[in-house]
Design a protein around this ligand. Structure first.
Ligand code: ASP
Length: 424
């Protein structure tokens, strides 16, 4: 081991106490360095007299750029459009910093997954290049518009998306694409597609297969287990990222998955789902939304005056994520009263994630429901937020808003939750 000076980006072999690692330096100081290993994982190593470092490649490793290629149309297969919105699935790692950035085009992504052509003719388009935490309502509209255009000629559309806010997008698309009579599949990756451990290709293949099936609605497709066994097909209004890094992080909430899909093309539906023939009218795009809607999470010690901020800033709707059955401290009640008096729609969801809110169990919750707070049963907070935006984009009439919020538009309610749907 030569222990010559090394810097961020260098590819090195490090030995310490009989253990060897090889990778790129992504952080170094006088006491330690962090290596990005080939597996994609990072390791921190102490720098002391026992640490030996050897440069194994002085060149910086450039970004992996798959080639783009043109595909021949196969008349016997359906057409699936893959739209890229960004996120890790459309990203590559910059080995000089270890950072991940959204950089692949949809067609480059497809060129890395040639198996896709076994199931469909593939058309690709880059719509956005955003990490999903940076997405704002304008992006949902852009995506909904692009998906709608593609639906005219394709059998189904796949959207590749970041994981963090995927459920906001999947629920918003569900509300914006009215009478959706084809599959719109949102998929993702927890590890970027240029890593050996990536979940991108399996998720993409399973999504393309799903997009060729008779499903009417927005669904999220991705790993069902930590291994590469099968993917789950989950409803777009009842799906949530439940783990920060595991491949099988997307779970159905308060419902069962729609089905399972395997990379060899096999698919198994687990119950009834909406099909093309269930829709009598044509699909149309309705992307009118009211953006002045907020989510407020209640917690012990919540200062009621914080609610004044939303009221004074002219918000039109607030989703309160209460505890348990939909509780908030009584000291907030006067502010809720003020909000409702000022024509703000106030809805309640639960931070338990699973189960329903219910204002009829405890008398103090009845006060809130009497004030006009709309209790949203088992609806996810993310879905409640996008739905309230969409509903307020169409009416500000209190009774109509209540009626629409409590109407099951896109499977956002499950009135018969089963015990085995908990922590699926
Ligand atoms: N922060 C990223 C995003 O949501 C993570 C991912 O894509 O998985 O876009």
């Amino acid at each position: 081991m030569d222990n010559k000076p090394v810097k961020i980006g260098d590819c090195v072999a490090v030995e310490r106490n009989k253990t060897m690692w090889e990778g790129n330096i992504i952080q170094i100081n006088s006491k330690s360095l962090t290596l990005k290993l080939k597996s994609g994982y990072n390791v921190g190593i102490t720098l002391d007299k026992n640490t030996k470092i050897k440069k194994i490649n002085a060149e910086k490793i450039g970004k992996h750029k798959p080639v783009e290629f043109k595909l021949k149309f196969d008349k016997t297969k359906p057409l699936v459009s893959i739209l890229s919105a960004g996120g890790t699935i459309a990203s590559s790692i910059d080995y000089s910093t270890g950072a991940i950035s959204a950089s692949y085009s949809a067609s480059q992504l497809v060129s890395s997954v040639p198996e896709l052509v076994n199931f469909a003719n593939i058309k690709t388009k880059k719509v956005l290049e955003e990490m999903s935490e940076n997405m704002i309502p304008k992006h949902w509209k852009q995506l909904a518009n692009s998906v709608f255009k593609e639906l005219k000629e394709s059998n189904g559309v796949v959207v590749t998306h970041g994981t963090d806010t995927l459920s906001y997008t999947s629920s918003m698309l569900s509300f914006m694409l009215k009478n959706l009579n084809k599959p719109v599949v949102i998929t993702f990756a927890q590890k970027s597609s240029d890593r050996g451990s990536s979940d991108a290709s399996m998720n993409l293949i399973c999504s393309a297969i799903t997009a060729t099936k008779n499903i009417a609605g927005v669904v999220a497709v991705g790993h069902g287990t930590m291994s590469d066994d099968y993917c789950l097909i989950n409803p777009g209004t009842k799906v949530r990222k439940m783990h920060s890094s595991q491949r099988d992080s997307f779970r159905p909430i308060n419902c069962s998955p729609i089905g399972k899909v395997w990379v060899d093309g096999k698919i198994k539906f687990l119950g009834k789902h909406k099909k093309k023939e269930d829709l009598k009218e044509d699909c149309y795009l309705d992307d009118k939304i009211e953006e002045k809607v907020a989510i407020v999470k209640f917690y012990p010690g919540f200062n009621p005056e914080l609610l004044d901020v939303y009221i004074d800033k002219g918000y039109k709707g607030i989703i309160i994520e209460g505890t348990g059955l939909g509780h908030i401290a009584e000291c907030l009640f006067p502010k809720i009263k003020r909000a409702i008096k000022e024509d703000i729609t106030v809805c309640m969801t639960t931070q338990t994630i699973y189960g329903k809110v219910n204002p009829y169990v405890y008398s103090n919750l009845r006060i809130l429901s009497d004030l006009g707070v709309i209790y949203l049963e088992d609806m996810l907070t993310e879905t409640a937020y996008t739905k309230l935006m969409w509903v307020l984009g169409h009416t500000q009439n209190k009774e109509e808003v209540r009626e629409m919020m409590l109407k099951n538009m896109c499977g956002e309610f499950n009135l018969k939750i089963q015990p085995n749907q908990f922590l699926y």
